[in-house]
Design a protein around this ligand. Structure first.
Ligand code: FAD
Length: 482
């Protein structure tokens, strides 16, 4: 790929751009942030944003765009930053992404846009996520009105679930002129973005502002509606007059280890643990007196190595855990968590015990957790996931004294909607079967996407599915063809 020859507002000659170092993200010092839940990353200033934007090589065929699941026009919005038109840059991002302040914070850019940036072949990739966040926060502060929607079509779409898949579909559909109503089982909008990801990575206020923008665009939200219980998908069509339904219910059912002692007091699923912190406000102690505050001075471990595991253990540390461990059965190389999160966790004093697997939780004699019995592991040949298989080392067992253990080894599909919707096909793991291009399911007029189709994935992949569904729903509503 060769850099573009077209005119550019960037005053830095092409061959000089590679010499500008990637601008670091200002962050809260580790020793301070372990005592609070305020955001770790503080965001670029205008100067840092401009300096970083100047590094863009403005490739003729930008692979960063090709590898973005929602197709954000990176080169175009970065050019607008260079030109000082931050609201223009925000509008450019919003053409493809309704949640830029979210993706700018939590998207694994290293696996998408930044991983395929031409700069990455020689030096650090362009800080696309940091720039996206800068522009989104600037737009929010400026209070810019959302872009106008197309003329009303008179068609009604129901969206089940308000995580990134549902929100992304809602944003695209409302802009195409359809009436959009989002049903959410919980009392807060946002899915994992509010009940899972903690305040120090994604402040609730940022989330609320993004939702407010969607409300201004005309999206209607209804909380405390459990589709499959409060109302069925059939009733949405037959009694409430919806023309299409998009199911985006995520994969929020916790998976346990099935080892002895897992029933003990003090053993949590990461889902419950994080929900208590996020939605039951343990992070706002003493304003809210949620029982999680009992972690002070305790030894806590999380089992797992993904973003969920790190969110849980870093939250435990902030709630006063004296020792905070990650117990992970593979090595750090295989760890699925984002590299930045691993770095931040280490700075915060989290003790990574890799190649370590708990085989039993031990009772203190009164029904509470006292320790985890663990074995050391070694890595064998790659397994079906492509990662090297962990194998227990005989005779390596040892105990880790613990008061709290958090299981973060995965989740699965909640079966409620599937079991109450006749004709909706699922695969053998209980996920909804949907076409990978159109997100169409086996039921006419019903589309599905995000984690409920793929299993646990990422915010941007869920948003990509939401966009594809919105496009296909629009076509279906226009033509009636299935
Ligand atoms: C703790 C944690 C941290 C993560 N960190 C990252 C990260 O840093 N970066 C990243 O890219 N990804 C991350 N992920 C993964 C990412 O959040 C998910 O892949 C993504 O949220 C999936 O989006 P979704 O819209 O499919 O589902 P969800 O976000 O799960 O949303 C589904 C929504 O549907 C609602 N719902 C379920 N059933 C019903 C029903 N019957 N009726 C009505 N509503 C219903 C749920 O309450 C929920 O609000 C993380 C996941 C977790 C758990």
């Amino acid at each position: 790929m060769s850099p573009a020859k077209e005119a550019s507002a960037n005053p830095v000659p092409m061959k000089e751009r590679i010499k500008i170092p990637r601008q670091g993200m200002p962050e809260q010092a580790a020793e301070l942030r372990v005592m609070n839940f305020t955001e770790v990353n503080l965001g670029y200033s205008m100067e840092l944003a401009r300096q970083e934007a100047l590094r863009c090589l403005e490739c003729a065929k930008p692979t960063c765009v090709d590898y973005c699941p929602v197709g954000v026009k990176v080169k175009d919005f970065v050019k607008l930053i260079v030109a000082g038109d931050y609201l223009g840059a925000a509008a450019k991002i919003r053409e493809d992404n309704v949640l830029p302040a979210i993706t700018g914070r939590v998207c694994p850019q290293e696996d998408h846009c930044e991983g395929f940036c031409l700069l990455h072949k020689k030096v650090d990739s362009l800080g696309i996520g940091y720039l996206e966040r800068f522009v989104a926060d600037y737009e929010q502060k400026a209070g810019a009105p959302p872009a106008a929607n197309a003329a009303p079509t008179g068609k009604k779409v129901a969206i089940v679930g308000s995580g990134p898949a549902g929100l992304s579909a809602a944003g695209d559909l409302i802009q195409r002129g359809h009436q959009v109503h989002v049903f959410e089982a919980l009392h807060e909008i946002g899915g994992v973005l509010v009940y899972g990801i903690p305040e120090f990575r994604l402040p609730k206020q940022v989330m609320r502002e993004q939702i407010d923008t969607m409300r201004k665009m005309g999206v209607e939200f209804e909380t405390n509606v459990v589709v499959g219980k409060t109302v069925s998908i059939d009733e949405l069509f037959e009694e409430e007059g919806y023309d299409a339904v998009f199911i985006a219910t995520g994969a929020g059912l916790p998976v346990f280890l099935n080892i002895p002692g897992e029933h003990l007091n003090g053993v949590y699923s990461a889902n419950e643990f994080l929900t208590r912190i996020n939605l039951m406000h343990a992070y706002e102690f003493p304003r809210y007196d949620e029982p999680m505050v009992g972690l002070r001075g305790k030894h806590v471990a999380v089992i797992g190595g993904g973003n969920t595991a790190l969110d849980a253990i870093r939250s435990a540390r902030r709630l006063g855990a004296e020792r905070a461990y990650v117990l992970y059965r593979r090595s750090e190389t295989e760890m699925p968590a984002r590299a930045e999160e691993v770095k931040h966790a280490k700075q915060e004093g989290i003790d990574f015990q890799v190649l370590t697997n708990p085989v039993e939780f031990l009772d203190d004699g009164r029904g509470w957790l006292r320790a985890a019995r663990c074995v050391r592991m070694e890595l064998g040949e790659p397994d079906a996931s492509g990662r090297r298989r962990p194998i227990p080392i005989a005779g390596s067992e040892f105990e880790v004294p613990l008061s709290v253990a958090i299981i973060a080894t995965g989740t699965s599909a909640n079966p409620l909607v599937q079991s109450t919707t006749p004709g909706l096909k699922t695969n053998k793991r209980g996920y909804i079967e949907a076409d990978s291009e159109s997100q169409r399911t086996s039921r006419k007029g019903v589309f599905a996407g995000g984690d409920i189709v793929t299993g646990s994935a990422t915010v941007i992949l869920a948003m990509g599915a939401g966009r594809r569904a919105a496009k296909a729903i629009h076509e279906y509503l226009n033509t009636g063809a299935w």
